[in-house]
Design a protein around this ligand. Structure first.
Ligand SMILES: Cc1cc2nc3c(=O)[nH]c(=O)nc-3n(C[C@H](O)[C@H](O)[C@H](O)COP(=O)(O)OP(=O)(O)OC[C@H]3O[C@@H](n4cnc5c(N)ncnc54)[C@H](O)[C@@H]3O)c2cc1C
Length: 452
Protein backbone atom coordinates (compact mmCIF):
# COMPACT_ATOMS: atom_id res chain seq x y z
CA UNK A 1 0.00 0.00 0.00
CA UNK A 2 1.08 3.59 -0.79
CA UNK A 3 1.85 4.72 2.79
CA UNK A 4 2.96 1.41 4.36
CA UNK A 5 6.44 2.78 5.07
CA UNK A 6 5.01 5.70 7.11
CA UNK A 7 2.62 3.39 8.95
CA UNK A 8 5.51 1.14 10.00
CA UNK A 9 7.64 4.14 10.97
CA UNK A 10 5.07 5.99 13.08
CA UNK A 11 2.60 3.29 14.18
CA UNK A 12 -0.32 4.97 16.03
CA UNK A 13 1.02 8.38 14.94
CA UNK A 14 0.03 7.58 11.35
CA UNK A 15 -3.67 8.29 10.65
CA UNK A 16 -5.63 7.53 7.51
CA UNK A 17 -9.22 7.11 8.71
CA UNK A 18 -11.50 9.72 7.13
CA UNK A 19 -12.59 11.07 10.50
CA UNK A 20 -8.94 11.76 11.43
CA UNK A 21 -8.07 13.24 8.05
CA UNK A 22 -11.05 15.60 8.34
CA UNK A 23 -9.59 17.09 11.51
CA UNK A 24 -6.53 18.16 9.55
CA UNK A 25 -8.44 19.30 6.45
CA UNK A 26 -9.10 22.94 7.31
CA UNK A 27 -7.62 26.19 8.57
CA UNK A 28 -9.09 29.60 9.48
CA UNK A 29 -10.14 30.21 5.85
CA UNK A 30 -12.87 27.59 6.45
CA UNK A 31 -11.93 25.90 3.20
CA UNK A 32 -11.63 22.11 3.35
CA UNK A 33 -9.12 19.88 1.54
CA UNK A 34 -8.70 16.27 2.71
CA UNK A 35 -5.13 15.00 3.06
CA UNK A 36 -4.56 11.34 2.13
CA UNK A 37 -2.99 10.70 5.52
CA UNK A 38 -1.82 12.52 8.66
CA UNK A 39 1.56 11.96 10.34
CA UNK A 40 2.60 13.19 13.77
CA UNK A 41 6.41 13.03 14.10
CA UNK A 42 8.12 13.47 17.46
CA UNK A 43 11.69 13.99 16.27
CA UNK A 44 13.65 15.73 13.53
CA UNK A 45 14.88 12.29 12.36
CA UNK A 46 11.29 11.20 11.82
CA UNK A 47 10.54 14.38 9.84
CA UNK A 48 13.63 13.64 7.75
CA UNK A 49 12.46 10.10 6.97
CA UNK A 50 8.94 11.29 6.13
CA UNK A 51 10.25 13.90 3.67
CA UNK A 52 12.74 11.51 2.14
CA UNK A 53 9.89 9.01 1.53
CA UNK A 54 7.61 11.74 0.11
CA UNK A 55 10.35 13.04 -2.16
CA UNK A 56 11.13 9.60 -3.57
CA UNK A 57 7.44 8.96 -4.21
CA UNK A 58 6.63 12.55 -5.28
CA UNK A 59 3.86 12.92 -2.68
CA UNK A 60 2.88 16.45 -1.50
CA UNK A 61 3.65 17.30 2.14
CA UNK A 62 2.01 20.16 4.00
CA UNK A 63 3.45 21.15 7.39
CA UNK A 64 0.80 22.13 9.92
CA UNK A 65 1.05 24.05 13.16
CA UNK A 66 -2.29 24.97 14.75
CA UNK A 67 -4.11 25.61 11.41
CA UNK A 68 -5.01 29.18 12.40
CA UNK A 69 -3.69 30.59 9.11
CA UNK A 70 -5.89 33.01 7.19
CA UNK A 71 -4.45 32.38 3.72
CA UNK A 72 -4.88 28.62 3.28
CA UNK A 73 -1.19 27.83 3.77
CA UNK A 74 -1.84 24.71 5.85
CA UNK A 75 -4.34 23.17 3.43
CA UNK A 76 -3.49 19.99 1.49
CA UNK A 77 -4.87 21.39 -1.77
CA UNK A 78 -3.27 18.54 -3.75
CA UNK A 79 -3.92 15.84 -1.11
CA UNK A 80 -0.84 14.01 0.12
CA UNK A 81 0.57 14.04 3.64
CA UNK A 82 -0.53 16.40 6.41
CA UNK A 83 2.61 16.75 8.55
CA UNK A 84 1.37 17.90 11.94
CA UNK A 85 4.06 19.39 14.16
CA UNK A 86 1.84 19.35 17.26
CA UNK A 87 3.83 16.65 19.12
CA UNK A 88 7.13 18.49 18.60
CA UNK A 89 6.11 20.99 21.24
CA UNK A 90 9.00 21.08 23.71
CA UNK A 91 10.75 24.18 24.97
CA UNK A 92 14.26 22.73 24.85
CA UNK A 93 16.17 25.50 26.60
CA UNK A 94 15.73 28.97 28.08
CA UNK A 95 19.27 30.29 28.01
CA UNK A 96 19.28 33.05 30.62
CA UNK A 97 22.91 33.97 29.96
CA UNK A 98 22.24 34.80 26.32
CA UNK A 99 18.47 35.52 26.49
CA UNK A 100 17.72 32.91 23.85
CA UNK A 101 15.05 30.19 23.83
CA UNK A 102 15.47 26.99 21.82
CA UNK A 103 12.08 25.54 20.95
CA UNK A 104 10.43 22.92 18.81
CA UNK A 105 8.02 24.26 16.16
CA UNK A 106 4.82 22.94 17.74
CA UNK A 107 5.18 25.10 20.86
CA UNK A 108 2.14 27.38 21.11
CA UNK A 109 3.20 31.04 21.25
CA UNK A 110 1.28 31.72 24.48
CA UNK A 111 2.76 28.65 26.23
CA UNK A 112 6.22 30.03 25.48
CA UNK A 113 5.19 33.40 26.94
CA UNK A 114 3.93 31.66 30.11
CA UNK A 115 7.23 29.78 30.46
CA UNK A 116 9.24 32.99 30.00
CA UNK A 117 7.24 35.19 32.39
CA UNK A 118 8.73 33.87 35.66
CA UNK A 119 12.16 34.79 34.23
CA UNK A 120 10.98 38.36 33.54
CA UNK A 121 11.24 37.74 29.79
CA UNK A 122 8.96 37.56 26.74
CA UNK A 123 9.05 36.73 23.04
CA UNK A 124 7.84 39.96 21.39
CA UNK A 125 5.96 38.58 18.33
CA UNK A 126 2.40 38.39 19.72
CA UNK A 127 -0.15 37.61 16.99
CA UNK A 128 -3.72 37.99 18.23
CA UNK A 129 -3.88 34.22 17.66
CA UNK A 130 -1.07 33.63 20.17
CA UNK A 131 -3.16 31.21 22.24
CA UNK A 132 -3.83 29.01 19.19
CA UNK A 133 -0.87 29.43 16.84
CA UNK A 134 2.50 27.66 16.90
CA UNK A 135 6.00 29.09 16.77
CA UNK A 136 6.58 27.07 13.56
CA UNK A 137 3.49 28.66 12.00
CA UNK A 138 4.53 32.10 13.27
CA UNK A 139 7.95 31.69 11.65
CA UNK A 140 6.56 30.23 8.41
CA UNK A 141 4.16 33.20 8.11
CA UNK A 142 6.50 35.82 9.62
CA UNK A 143 3.67 36.69 12.01
CA UNK A 144 3.27 40.04 13.69
CA UNK A 145 0.97 41.28 16.40
CA UNK A 146 -0.10 44.43 18.21
CA UNK A 147 3.40 44.87 19.64
CA UNK A 148 4.99 44.92 16.14
CA UNK A 149 4.90 48.73 16.16
CA UNK A 150 7.50 48.74 18.94
CA UNK A 151 9.31 45.42 18.59
CA UNK A 152 8.95 44.38 14.94
CA UNK A 153 7.77 41.01 13.65
CA UNK A 154 8.89 37.38 13.90
CA UNK A 155 11.84 37.81 11.49
CA UNK A 156 13.39 40.29 13.94
CA UNK A 157 13.43 37.69 16.76
CA UNK A 158 14.72 34.51 15.10
CA UNK A 159 18.47 33.91 15.33
CA UNK A 160 18.67 30.44 13.84
CA UNK A 161 16.71 27.44 12.60
CA UNK A 162 17.09 23.72 12.22
CA UNK A 163 15.16 22.66 9.11
CA UNK A 164 14.56 19.54 7.07
CA UNK A 165 14.80 19.99 3.31
CA UNK A 166 12.60 18.26 0.74
CA UNK A 167 15.12 15.43 0.21
CA UNK A 168 15.23 14.71 3.95
CA UNK A 169 18.56 16.38 4.69
CA UNK A 170 18.79 18.27 7.97
CA UNK A 171 20.57 21.63 8.08
CA UNK A 172 21.16 24.35 10.66
CA UNK A 173 21.09 27.98 9.56
CA UNK A 174 22.02 30.92 11.78
CA UNK A 175 23.29 30.42 15.32
CA UNK A 176 23.12 31.70 18.88
CA UNK A 177 25.53 34.45 17.92
CA UNK A 178 24.01 37.91 17.73
CA UNK A 179 26.49 38.63 14.94
CA UNK A 180 26.89 35.96 12.26
CA UNK A 181 27.53 36.87 8.65
CA UNK A 182 28.96 33.58 7.45
CA UNK A 183 27.31 32.82 4.12
CA UNK A 184 23.84 33.66 2.80
CA UNK A 185 21.24 34.41 5.43
CA UNK A 186 19.09 31.36 4.76
CA UNK A 187 17.25 31.70 8.07
CA UNK A 188 15.69 34.92 6.80
CA UNK A 189 14.78 33.25 3.49
CA UNK A 190 12.96 30.46 5.35
CA UNK A 191 11.08 32.90 7.60
CA UNK A 192 7.83 33.72 5.80
CA UNK A 193 8.33 30.95 3.20
CA UNK A 194 4.97 29.41 4.18
CA UNK A 195 6.17 25.80 4.30
CA UNK A 196 7.21 25.84 0.63
CA UNK A 197 11.01 25.57 1.08
CA UNK A 198 11.57 23.43 4.19
CA UNK A 199 10.05 22.10 7.38
CA UNK A 200 11.20 23.95 10.51
CA UNK A 201 12.08 21.52 13.30
CA UNK A 202 13.84 23.80 15.81
CA UNK A 203 14.18 27.54 16.35
CA UNK A 204 16.55 29.79 18.29
CA UNK A 205 14.53 32.79 19.46
CA UNK A 206 15.77 36.08 20.89
CA UNK A 207 14.03 37.13 24.10
CA UNK A 208 13.36 40.56 25.59
CA UNK A 209 13.02 41.65 29.24
CA UNK A 210 9.42 42.30 30.29
CA UNK A 211 8.59 45.96 30.78
CA UNK A 212 8.24 47.19 34.36
CA UNK A 213 4.75 48.55 33.70
CA UNK A 214 2.22 49.31 30.97
CA UNK A 215 -0.90 51.44 30.61
CA UNK A 216 -3.65 51.71 28.00
CA UNK A 217 -5.76 54.61 26.75
CA UNK A 218 -8.64 54.97 24.32
CA UNK A 219 -8.98 58.03 22.11
CA UNK A 220 -12.28 58.62 20.31
CA UNK A 221 -12.35 60.71 17.12
CA UNK A 222 -15.16 62.18 15.04
CA UNK A 223 -12.91 62.21 12.02
CA UNK A 224 -10.83 59.27 10.74
CA UNK A 225 -8.31 61.64 9.18
CA UNK A 226 -7.59 63.20 12.56
CA UNK A 227 -7.17 59.74 14.07
CA UNK A 228 -4.65 58.89 11.34
CA UNK A 229 -2.89 62.25 11.84
CA UNK A 230 -2.66 61.43 15.56
CA UNK A 231 -0.83 58.18 14.74
CA UNK A 232 1.74 60.12 12.69
CA UNK A 233 2.00 62.85 15.35
CA UNK A 234 2.71 60.32 18.11
CA UNK A 235 5.53 58.73 16.13
CA UNK A 236 6.81 62.17 14.99
CA UNK A 237 7.11 63.08 18.68
CA UNK A 238 9.49 60.12 19.05
CA UNK A 239 7.10 58.08 21.18
CA UNK A 240 6.83 54.44 20.16
CA UNK A 241 3.81 52.89 21.90
CA UNK A 242 3.85 49.14 22.48
CA UNK A 243 0.47 48.93 20.69
CA UNK A 244 -1.35 51.43 18.51
CA UNK A 245 -4.58 49.90 17.20
CA UNK A 246 -7.54 51.44 15.42
CA UNK A 247 -11.19 50.54 14.96
CA UNK A 248 -13.22 52.27 12.22
CA UNK A 249 -16.84 53.51 12.38
CA UNK A 250 -18.32 50.39 10.80
CA UNK A 251 -16.38 48.14 13.18
CA UNK A 252 -17.58 50.21 16.18
CA UNK A 253 -21.20 49.84 15.00
CA UNK A 254 -20.74 46.12 14.44
CA UNK A 255 -19.40 45.46 17.93
CA UNK A 256 -21.93 47.75 19.60
CA UNK A 257 -24.91 46.23 17.77
CA UNK A 258 -23.82 42.77 18.82
CA UNK A 259 -22.76 43.21 22.41
CA UNK A 260 -23.69 46.65 23.75
CA UNK A 261 -20.19 47.36 25.08
CA UNK A 262 -20.92 51.07 25.51
CA UNK A 263 -18.84 52.14 22.50
CA UNK A 264 -19.35 55.62 21.02
CA UNK A 265 -21.43 54.85 17.92
CA UNK A 266 -21.16 58.48 16.77
CA UNK A 267 -17.36 58.15 16.50
CA UNK A 268 -15.58 57.86 13.17
CA UNK A 269 -12.65 55.99 14.70
CA UNK A 270 -11.16 54.80 17.97
CA UNK A 271 -7.44 54.50 18.69
CA UNK A 272 -6.32 52.11 21.41
CA UNK A 273 -2.86 53.03 22.60
CA UNK A 274 -0.68 51.08 25.01
CA UNK A 275 2.66 52.30 26.32
CA UNK A 276 5.14 50.33 28.37
CA UNK A 277 8.43 50.94 30.14
CA UNK A 278 9.39 52.23 33.57
CA UNK A 279 6.62 53.79 35.70
CA UNK A 280 8.23 57.18 35.13
CA UNK A 281 8.52 56.65 31.36
CA UNK A 282 4.93 55.55 30.81
CA UNK A 283 3.60 58.52 32.80
CA UNK A 284 5.61 60.89 30.63
CA UNK A 285 4.61 59.13 27.36
CA UNK A 286 0.93 58.97 28.29
CA UNK A 287 0.82 62.67 29.11
CA UNK A 288 2.40 63.56 25.77
CA UNK A 289 0.08 61.22 23.85
CA UNK A 290 -2.96 62.58 25.69
CA UNK A 291 -2.00 66.14 24.67
CA UNK A 292 -1.54 65.08 21.03
CA UNK A 293 -4.93 63.31 21.00
CA UNK A 294 -6.75 66.25 22.57
CA UNK A 295 -5.08 68.68 20.14
CA UNK A 296 -6.49 66.54 17.31
CA UNK A 297 -9.99 66.75 18.79
CA UNK A 298 -10.21 63.39 20.58
CA UNK A 299 -12.02 62.41 23.75
CA UNK A 300 -9.52 60.46 25.87
CA UNK A 301 -10.07 57.70 28.42
CA UNK A 302 -7.08 56.34 30.38
CA UNK A 303 -7.35 52.95 32.10
CA UNK A 304 -6.44 53.06 35.79
CA UNK A 305 -7.21 49.43 36.62
CA UNK A 306 -6.96 46.04 34.94
CA UNK A 307 -10.78 46.03 34.58
CA UNK A 308 -10.75 49.39 32.79
CA UNK A 309 -7.91 48.20 30.57
CA UNK A 310 -9.82 45.01 29.71
CA UNK A 311 -12.93 46.97 28.83
CA UNK A 312 -10.91 49.17 26.44
CA UNK A 313 -9.38 46.13 24.70
CA UNK A 314 -12.76 44.38 24.55
CA UNK A 315 -13.87 46.40 21.54
CA UNK A 316 -10.77 45.51 19.55
CA UNK A 317 -10.85 41.83 20.48
CA UNK A 318 -14.57 41.45 19.84
CA UNK A 319 -14.53 42.58 16.22
CA UNK A 320 -13.60 39.25 14.62
CA UNK A 321 -16.15 37.16 16.55
CA UNK A 322 -18.98 39.69 16.05
CA UNK A 323 -18.35 39.95 12.30
CA UNK A 324 -19.59 36.38 11.94
CA UNK A 325 -23.02 37.56 13.04
CA UNK A 326 -23.34 40.04 10.15
CA UNK A 327 -22.77 37.69 7.22
CA UNK A 328 -21.44 34.18 6.71
CA UNK A 329 -18.97 35.22 4.00
CA UNK A 330 -15.89 37.30 4.77
CA UNK A 331 -12.89 38.25 2.65
CA UNK A 332 -10.44 38.83 5.42
CA UNK A 333 -7.63 40.95 4.00
CA UNK A 334 -4.61 42.37 5.81
CA UNK A 335 -3.30 45.11 3.56
CA UNK A 336 -0.53 47.47 4.66
CA UNK A 337 0.06 51.08 3.65
CA UNK A 338 2.62 53.60 4.87
CA UNK A 339 1.32 54.97 8.21
CA UNK A 340 0.73 58.39 6.65
CA UNK A 341 -1.68 56.86 4.08
CA UNK A 342 -4.04 55.10 6.49
CA UNK A 343 -6.85 57.69 6.32
CA UNK A 344 -6.65 57.82 2.52
CA UNK A 345 -6.83 54.03 2.33
CA UNK A 346 -9.83 53.81 4.68
CA UNK A 347 -11.62 56.46 2.59
CA UNK A 348 -10.94 54.41 -0.55
CA UNK A 349 -12.42 51.29 1.09
CA UNK A 350 -15.54 53.28 2.00
CA UNK A 351 -15.93 54.42 -1.64
CA UNK A 352 -15.35 50.84 -2.85
CA UNK A 353 -17.96 49.53 -0.38
CA UNK A 354 -20.51 51.99 -1.79
CA UNK A 355 -19.61 51.21 -5.42
CA UNK A 356 -20.13 47.46 -5.00
CA UNK A 357 -22.88 47.63 -2.33
CA UNK A 358 -20.94 45.50 0.15
CA UNK A 359 -20.12 46.12 3.80
CA UNK A 360 -16.43 46.73 4.55
CA UNK A 361 -15.26 46.73 8.17
CA UNK A 362 -11.76 48.04 8.91
CA UNK A 363 -9.66 47.66 12.02
CA UNK A 364 -6.06 46.85 12.75
CA UNK A 365 -2.59 47.89 13.66
CA UNK A 366 -2.48 51.63 12.91
CA UNK A 367 1.03 51.86 14.32
CA UNK A 368 2.44 49.85 11.44
CA UNK A 369 -0.13 50.71 8.74
CA UNK A 370 -1.62 47.19 8.76
CA UNK A 371 -5.35 47.37 8.08
CA UNK A 372 -7.65 44.35 8.42
CA UNK A 373 -10.13 45.05 5.65
CA UNK A 374 -13.08 42.69 6.00
CA UNK A 375 -15.43 42.52 3.04
CA UNK A 376 -18.67 40.90 4.20
CA UNK A 377 -21.10 38.99 1.96
CA UNK A 378 -23.81 36.40 2.00
CA UNK A 379 -22.40 33.16 0.55
CA UNK A 380 -25.83 32.08 -0.73
CA UNK A 381 -26.11 35.21 -2.88
CA UNK A 382 -23.82 34.63 -5.88
CA UNK A 383 -24.18 38.25 -7.13
CA UNK A 384 -23.14 39.59 -3.71
CA UNK A 385 -20.21 37.18 -3.61
CA UNK A 386 -19.06 38.37 -7.06
CA UNK A 387 -19.31 42.00 -5.92
CA UNK A 388 -17.23 41.18 -2.80
CA UNK A 389 -14.42 39.73 -4.91
CA UNK A 390 -14.53 42.73 -7.28
CA UNK A 391 -14.32 45.02 -4.25
CA UNK A 392 -11.30 43.06 -2.96
CA UNK A 393 -9.56 43.38 -6.33
CA UNK A 394 -10.03 47.15 -6.21
CA UNK A 395 -8.91 47.36 -2.57
CA UNK A 396 -5.63 45.66 -3.58
CA UNK A 397 -5.18 48.04 -6.52
CA UNK A 398 -5.73 51.14 -4.37
CA UNK A 399 -3.41 49.76 -1.68
CA UNK A 400 -0.62 49.17 -4.22
CA UNK A 401 -1.14 52.67 -5.67
CA UNK A 402 -0.45 54.06 -2.19
CA UNK A 403 2.82 52.13 -1.98
CA UNK A 404 1.33 49.38 0.20
CA UNK A 405 1.43 45.59 0.28
CA UNK A 406 -1.39 43.06 -0.19
CA UNK A 407 -0.36 41.23 2.99
CA UNK A 408 1.19 42.45 6.22
CA UNK A 409 1.02 39.24 8.21
CA UNK A 410 -1.40 36.58 6.92
CA UNK A 411 0.75 35.53 3.98
CA UNK A 412 -0.11 34.62 0.39
CA UNK A 413 -1.06 30.91 0.56
CA UNK A 414 -3.88 30.23 -1.88
CA UNK A 415 -6.14 33.19 -1.13
CA UNK A 416 -3.83 35.90 -2.44
CA UNK A 417 -1.65 34.03 -4.92
CA UNK A 418 -3.41 35.48 -7.96
CA UNK A 419 -2.48 38.99 -6.80
CA UNK A 420 1.15 38.41 -5.83
CA UNK A 421 2.63 39.22 -9.24
CA UNK A 422 0.67 42.48 -9.32
CA UNK A 423 2.72 43.62 -6.32
CA UNK A 424 6.15 42.10 -6.80
CA UNK A 425 6.36 41.87 -10.61
CA UNK A 426 6.86 39.04 -13.12
CA UNK A 427 10.65 38.82 -12.81
CA UNK A 428 10.48 38.46 -9.05
CA UNK A 429 7.89 35.67 -9.32
CA UNK A 430 10.25 33.91 -11.76
CA UNK A 431 13.01 34.18 -9.14
CA UNK A 432 10.69 32.70 -6.49
CA UNK A 433 10.14 29.74 -8.82
CA UNK A 434 13.88 29.24 -9.33
CA UNK A 435 14.50 29.40 -5.57
CA UNK A 436 11.71 26.88 -4.99
CA UNK A 437 13.19 24.55 -7.62
CA UNK A 438 16.62 24.72 -5.96
CA UNK A 439 15.27 23.66 -2.58
CA UNK A 440 12.47 21.39 -3.74
CA UNK A 441 13.00 20.10 -7.32
CA UNK A 442 10.00 17.73 -7.14
CA UNK A 443 7.69 20.42 -5.73
CA UNK A 444 6.52 18.24 -2.83
CA UNK A 445 6.59 20.95 -0.14
CA UNK A 446 3.23 22.71 0.06
CA UNK A 447 2.67 22.78 -3.72
CA UNK A 448 0.20 25.18 -5.40
CA UNK A 449 0.76 27.91 -2.82
CA UNK A 450 2.23 31.33 -3.62
CA UNK A 451 1.80 30.42 -7.32
CA UNK A 452 4.55 27.77 -6.90
C1 LIG B 1 -8.51 35.05 15.13
C2 LIG B 1 -7.16 35.07 14.44
C3 LIG B 1 -6.31 36.14 14.69
C4 LIG B 1 -5.08 36.22 14.02
N1 LIG B 1 -4.25 37.25 14.31
C5 LIG B 1 -3.04 37.31 13.70
C6 LIG B 1 -2.14 38.39 14.01
O1 LIG B 1 -2.41 39.26 14.84
N2 LIG B 1 -0.95 38.41 13.36
C7 LIG B 1 -0.60 37.44 12.45
O2 LIG B 1 0.52 37.52 11.92
N3 LIG B 1 -1.43 36.43 12.15
C8 LIG B 1 -2.63 36.33 12.75
N4 LIG B 1 -3.47 35.29 12.44
C9 LIG B 1 -3.07 34.28 11.43
C10 LIG B 1 -2.36 33.02 12.00
O3 LIG B 1 -2.70 32.81 13.35
C11 LIG B 1 -0.85 33.17 11.84
O4 LIG B 1 -0.51 33.14 10.46
C12 LIG B 1 -0.04 32.07 12.55
O5 LIG B 1 1.32 32.39 12.49
C13 LIG B 1 -0.25 30.67 11.98
O6 LIG B 1 0.28 29.73 12.91
P1 LIG B 1 -0.25 28.22 12.91
O7 LIG B 1 0.55 27.46 13.88
O8 LIG B 1 -1.72 28.19 13.10
O9 LIG B 1 0.12 27.79 11.43
P2 LIG B 1 -0.72 27.00 10.35
O10 LIG B 1 -1.98 27.73 10.02
O11 LIG B 1 -0.85 25.59 10.76
O12 LIG B 1 0.26 27.10 9.10
C14 LIG B 1 0.52 28.31 8.50
C15 LIG B 1 1.63 28.13 7.45
O13 LIG B 1 2.84 27.78 8.10
C16 LIG B 1 3.35 26.56 7.58
N5 LIG B 1 3.99 25.86 8.69
C17 LIG B 1 3.47 25.58 9.91
N6 LIG B 1 4.39 24.96 10.67
C18 LIG B 1 5.50 24.84 9.92
C19 LIG B 1 6.79 24.27 10.14
N7 LIG B 1 7.13 23.70 11.30
N8 LIG B 1 7.69 24.32 9.14
C20 LIG B 1 7.38 24.90 7.96
N9 LIG B 1 6.19 25.44 7.68
C21 LIG B 1 5.25 25.41 8.66
C22 LIG B 1 2.16 25.87 6.98
O14 LIG B 1 2.55 24.95 5.97
C23 LIG B 1 1.35 27.02 6.45
O15 LIG B 1 1.83 27.41 5.19
C24 LIG B 1 -4.70 35.20 13.10
C25 LIG B 1 -5.57 34.12 12.87
C26 LIG B 1 -6.78 34.05 13.54
C27 LIG B 1 -7.68 32.88 13.25
Amino acid sequence: MKFDYLKDLLKERFLDEKIDRLQYAYDATQKIYLPDCVVLPKTTQEVSRILSFANQNKVPVVAKGCASGFSGGALNVAGGIALSMELMNNILEIDLDNLIATVEPGVVNYDLQLALKPHGLFFPPDPSSWKFSSIGGNIAENAGGPKAVKYGVTKDWVLGLEVVLADGSIINVGSKNVKDVAGYNLAQLFIGSEGTLCVITKALLKLHPLAQASQTMQATFNDMELAAKTVSDIIKNKIIPSSLEFVDHQAILTVENSMKAGLPTDADAILIIEVEGSVFQIKEDLEKIEQICIKNGARVKIAHSIEEEESIWLARRSISPTLKRIADGKLNEDIVVPRSKIAEMIKKTQEIAKKYSVMIVNFGHAGDGNIHTNIMYNTKDKDEEEMAFKAMDEVFNECLKLGGSISGEHGIGITKQDYLERQVGKRTVELYKQIKLTFDPNNILNPHKMKL
